[in-house]
Design a protein around this ligand. Structure first.
Ligand code: FES
Length: 97
């Protein structure tokens, strides 16, 4: 569904929900997830509906994920790093992260 316009930047590997995926240097976490076919980055706390990155510029908060153990990070505003661990967020942020 989502494809890159240009394949630029060094290849990186990040882990998403325990699965290694390829990303590109300069990708945001949200872009890397979408490029890997991972569309839903979180579920809502009340209804459990799946949400996907929408604005990709820090406005909608539909891209919340846990990054290296810290919850409710906006995936569209964080650049990937080699070895980064990302978890899709199920419902509300857990206490302590
Ligand atoms: S996609 Fe809208 S805030 Fe990240």
């Amino acid at each position: 569904m989502f494809t890159r316009v240009v394949e630029a930047g060094a290849s990186l590997t990040i882990t998403v929900d325990g699965r290694k995926i390829a990303a590109r240097e300069g990708d945001t976490v949200a872009a890397a997830l979408l490029a890997a076919g991972i569309v839903a980055s979180r579920t809502t706390p009340v209804g459990g509906a799946a949400r996907a990155p929408y604005c990709l510029m820090g406005v909608c908060f539909d891209c919340l994920v846990t990054i290296d153990g810290v919850g409710s990070r906006q995936g569209c505003l964080v650049a990937v790093r080699e070895g980064m661990k990302v978890e899709t967020q199920k419902g509300r942020r857990e206490a302590g992260r």
